[in-house]
Write a protein that binds this ligand. Structure first.
Ligand SMILES: *Cc1c(COP(=O)(O)O)cnc(C)c1O
Length: 395
């Protein structure tokens, strides 16, 4: 059975992913089960997506109810779930307005267009430059790819959208030099995900805020991976006391269903008008009901405090392993990177055999993103297994 799915995928699905060699069939909470009945502890959560774990009863009920009531309307019509979710996002953040889309990269594309339009309306043509940072990941579509500082991702697709320059992450002086009168927006992840789990320093984000204000540029926080409770605050920027003009969301927001959002202030929103941007599927009733469940559950002080406590426990257990190969354990909340002095690919593979699912962030960093509903016992179990794997693989 598993064999046929793997073979069929190889035969019919475009080969743009190196998939793990098993077929996932079911999920419950923080546990996944494959087609052979083997279970795995999920420390990837579908890349920071399944915040409420798998098969959450409330999520299933909301989505099923909404699908039976009204599944799709498109954006030519009003629907209550759409408006209610927008209200929840604005009331819980810096933002005054929301634009919905279907993925992270689309949220970034929207932010690029909004920044360009805002600069043109406010300052006239010519203020179109974008600044991003080393180690960034903002997505794979044309505009977002141009903001993604990864040679391997960019090289085959040049020429990219022009006007993007990169400064080293957390280098305030370099950023100040790049941000100037021609800059329309600065894109930054408050905690870089793909780039290796690196948190910005408060001083760096404050410098970006000041430089943007000085030059009439917009500060855009990409919280696609670090937002929605992942770091133990609803929004990662709450750790830093710096607010953006726009923020991009996706991943965990839909509880497993595809939704993206670009949040903005009224100041920016005033430059946008009907026809400037759009999407057929975006912000449909079903995904918006799902996102409401996620937000309501995550935006609860007890839930967020628990994420912080679980994250601290995981970091402690990992440090307790005292593996000579672990260089650093870092992160915020349940967004944790374990930097090693060896390649992590064999560890991830060994993890499959031991029933744990992990992902990487670069060649030598294990990226741990368990569902936010994970239990203490899972964390202890995971750390024990990782200890065994490190011992086995890294002798
Ligand atoms: C995953 C990710 C994206 C892209 O999101 P997709 O939904 O895969 O398009 C953009 N920015 C960050 C920080 C991400 O982690």
């Amino acid at each position: 059975m598993a064999g046929s799915t793997v073979e069929k995928t190889a035969q019919y699905v475009l080969n743009t992913y190196a998939r793990a060699p098993f077929v996932l069939e079911r999920g419950q909470g923080a546990t996944l089960t494959d087609a052979d009945g083997k279970t795995y502890l999920d420390f990837a959560a579908g890349i920071s997506v399944n915040a409420l774990g798998h098969a959450d009863a409330e999520l299933i009920a909301a989505v099923s109810e909404q699908m039976a009531l009204l599944g799709h309307v498109c954006n030519l019509y009003h629907s209550a779930p759409h408006a209610d979710l927008a209200e929840m996002l604005c009331e819980s953040s810096f933002a005054d307005k929301v634009y919905f889309c279907n993925s992270g990269t689309e949220a970034v594309e929207a932010a690029i267009k909004f920044a360009r339009k805002h600069a043109r309306e406010t300052f006239g043509p010519g203020k179109t430059d974008l600044v991003a940072f080393g180690g960034s990941f903002h997505g794979r579509t044309a505009g977002a790819l141009a903001l993604t500082a990864r040679e391997k991702y960019q090289a085959p697709f040049r020429p990219l959208m022009p006007g993007v320059t990169f400064a080293p992450f957390n280098d305030s002086a370099a950023a100040e030099k790049l941000i100037g009168p021609g800059t329309c927006a600065v894109f930054v992840e408050p905690v870089q995900g793909e780039g290796g789990i690196h948190a910005a320093t408060p001083e760096f984000l404050a410098t970006l805020r000041q430089a943007c204000d000085r030059h009439g540029a917009l500060l855009v926080f990409d919280e696609i991976q670090c937002g929605v409770g992942r770091t133990g605050r609803l929004w990662a920027y709450e750790h830093f006391e710096v607010q953006p003009d726009m923020m991009t969301l996706a991943k965990a927001l839909g509880g497993g269903l595809p939704i993206g959002a670009t949040l903005l202030t009224d100041h920016v929103a005033g430059s946008l008008a009907p026809g400037d941007h759009g999407s057929t599927f975006a912000g449909g009733p079903v995904v918006c009901r799902a996102a409401q469940v996620v937000l309501r559950r995550v935006n609860d002080p007890a839930f967020l405090a628990r994420v912080l406590a679980l994250g601290a426990r995981l970091v402690e257990r990992l440090r307790d392993l005292r593996s000579p190969h672990v260089r650093e354990v870092r992160g915020l909340g349940l967004m944790i990177g374990v930097e090693l002095d060896i390649e992590v690919a064999p560890l991830i593979k060994a993890g499959y055999a031991h029933g744990v699912i992990m992902i990487n962030a670069g060649p030598k960093v294990l990226r741990l993103l368990p569902p936010l509903i994970i239990e203490e016992a899972h964390i202890d179990q995971f750390a024990e297994v990782l200890g065994t794997i490190l011992h086995e693989v890294a002798r």
